[in-house]
Ligand binder design. Sequence first.
Ligand SMILES: CC(C)(COP(=O)(O)OP(=O)(O)OC[C@H]1O[C@@H](n2cnc3c(N)ncnc32)[C@H](O)[C@@H]1OP(=O)(O)O)[C@@H](O)C(=O)NCCC(=O)NCCS
Length: 164
Amino acid sequence: MNAVVQPASRMLLPLREEDLDAVLEIEQATYDFPWTRGNFLDSLRAGYEMQGLVAPQYGLIGYFIAMQGAGELHLLNISVAPAEQRRGHARYMLDELRALARARRAAQLWLEVRVSNERARALYERYGFRNTGLRRGYYPALGRKREDAVVMSLQIPEAAHGLG
Ligand SMILES: CC(C)(COP(=O)(O)OP(=O)(O)OC[C@H]1O[C@@H](n2cnc3c(N)ncnc32)[C@H](O)[C@@H]1OP(=O)(O)O)[C@@H](O)C(=O)NCCC(=O)NCCS
């Protein structure tokens, strides 16, 4: 995969069941413990917010999945294909997620991230998320161990609620 996607040409589209082969290819290339097809299907059926980042002439290069809660949006998965990382695609998806949270009058976005996932933690911190807690042994880890999750949240400014 050698595409260099120009920011102006990328777009976010709702993920569909027929996109899952492409999703799984990225998922399996980016995680030691990837979600399964069943996890993605369950999320589709549950009506979670699932958007794919698509580049014309290339196809799917990333995606995010978020669950609506009471007054909040919980980011469950955000991934960018390895060859497309560090080009601002995750930041672009977070912008969309924040706009979505505003449109739905959610007061905050929150997520869990592995303590060892420095790239993702750097992304969220630079974006403005704050550490709000630790969940001990939340994730499976290699060697049958468990790994802690950092809980992070981003407040959606009051003044912006409902502005879309
Ligand atoms: C984490 C991930 C989604 C970031 O996607 P990305 O498109 O590469 O991120 P962006 O290019 O939008 O980066 C935005 C900012 O995040 C930080 N960041 C991203 N990748 C980084 C890295 N490898 N090292 C340090 N900081 C990094 C930087 O602050 C960066 O801004 P900058 O490039 O102006 O310095 C991507 O690395 C990925 O898919 N990783 C595997 C899956 C994963 O861990 N998902 C998160 C689960 S909680």
